[in-house]
Design a protein around this ligand. Structure first.
Ligand SMILES: Cc1cc2nc3c(=O)[nH]c(=O)nc-3n(C[C@H](O)[C@H](O)[C@H](O)COP(=O)(O)O)c2cc1C
Length: 364
């Protein structure tokens, strides 16, 4: 039903400004009477960060920024949903237009700048569904004008740890000036020390909530050495690799739109994001699991992420071009891959190609 509806709606949605199309999609999901998703094949189950995921495919942060439709997304077959980015105080983000489709490239550029309804509104929604089951994480970020950005993360983890399945510390958005500087060694160590300490304090009442770190694909390998070393020393529960890129691959065809400022996502991001994932995997040495995100638009791309080191995957941009049927398509491809190798679980494939990927020429 939803597939048919979507196929009919997609040309209409593509005729709209991308942000208007997105708002309309959220409204439709909020009121669509969706049946509960059919149970997943048990070979797709993943255990990571102490959580049991029915399948490894997650909705990436940025789609449901204000946690309006996490349960609709779970019903549509996602194994988990990452709501946010949420900021402590409401903020509007950058002036519109600020989202652009690169149709010929199957890519998106956005410079939204953490438009958020703020912690109160999002907290209320997550608290209302906290016992509904399903894995719903929250991605947290600092307000643009915060005097002390680290204090924003501390406050948000304290507030959200009791109602979220996990919390992602997002220091990799390219659209909040200076935010990515928190990835520098000294700043990151201070941030993680304070955030993990806050998480430990709430754990005493709320139980353990995994804390993940989401990084940019644009780090140098020397910077990645530092980031992974600090993440391991501060004992984060996992990393997400990664956010959108400020680079513009030479292969882009939509040359004019590519000049728009902002982070690029979708198919053109796949080679860089997968390379950074593999580079992260070989540095983490199994200390914690990774979520691979960036450019997944097919079963083959999803499998490639897992083989490069992802225990779980997330996607967003490909849904704009491929629609929600992509989720079922990826599940079928993963099951077929397991069957052809006579494997019982995806965990046997995680990182199988990581070393080989790191030996390839750097993606251009
Ligand atoms: C319109 C848009 C908004 C996004 N907003 C966020 C956000 O608020 N927080 C975040 O961590 N990532 C955000 N992202 C990045 C995605 O979560 C993801 O890391 C990135 O798009 C790469 O995945 P994809 O190629 O499958 O889209 C956003 C991406 C897009 C396209």
């Amino acid at each position: 039903m939803i597939g048919l509806f979507e196929r009919l709606a997609r040309p209409f949605l593509h005729a709209l400004d991308p942000e208007d199309a997105h708002s309309l999609t959220i409204k439709m999901l909020a009121c669509a009477p969706l049946p509960r998703a059919a149970g997943d094949d048990k070979c797709l189950a993943v255990r990571a960060f102490g959580l049991n995921f029915p399948n490894p495919i997650g909705m990436a942060a940025g789609f449901d920024k204000n946690a309006e439709v996490p349960d609709a997304l779970l019903r549509l077959g996602f194994g988990f949903v990452e709501a946010g980015t949420v900021t402590p105080l409401p903020q509007r983000g950058n002036p519109r237009p600020r989202v652009f489709r690169l149709n010929a490239d199957r890519g998106v550029i956005n410079r939204l700048g953490f438009n958020s309804q703020g912690a109160e509104a999002v907290l209320r929604r997550l608290a209302a569904r906290a016992n509904a089951g399903g894995i719903v994480g929250i991605n947290i970020g600092a307000n643009k004008d915060a005097a002390d950005r680290v204090a924003d993360y501390v406050r948000l983890i304290e507030r959200f740890a009791p109602v979220a399945s996990y919390v992602t510390i997002n220091i990799s958005s390219p659209n909040t000036p200076g935010l990515r500087n928190l990835q520098q060694a000294g700043a990151l160590d201070d941030l993680l020390a304070r955030v993990i300490d806050a998480r430990e304090r709430v754990t005493r009442n709320a139980g353990p909530t995994p804390a993940l770190l989401k990084i940019a694909p644009d780090l140098s390998l020397a910077e990645l050495d530092d980031v992974v070393g600090i993440a391991r020393a501060r004992r984060v529960d996992g990393m997400i690799v990664g956010n959108t890129t400020l680079t513009r691959p030479a292969s882009l065809r939509e040359m004019k739109i590519a000049k728009q400022a902002g982070g690029l996502s979708g198919r053109p991001l796949l080679p860089l994001a997968t390379r950074m994932l593999a580079e992260t995997y070989v540095r983490v040495e199994g200390a914690f699991p990774l979520i691979g995100v960036g450019g997944i638009d097919s079963g083959t791309a999803a499998l490639g992420k897992i083989r490069a080191g992802a225990s779980l995957i997330q996607l967003y941009s490909a849904l704009v071009f491929r629609g929600l049927g992509l989720v079922a398509e990826i599940k079928s491809a993963l099951i077929a891959a397991l069957e052809s190798d006579s494997l019982d679980s995806l965990s046997e494939l995680v990182g199988a190609d990581a070393a080989a990927v790191t030996a390839e020429a750097w993606p251009g």
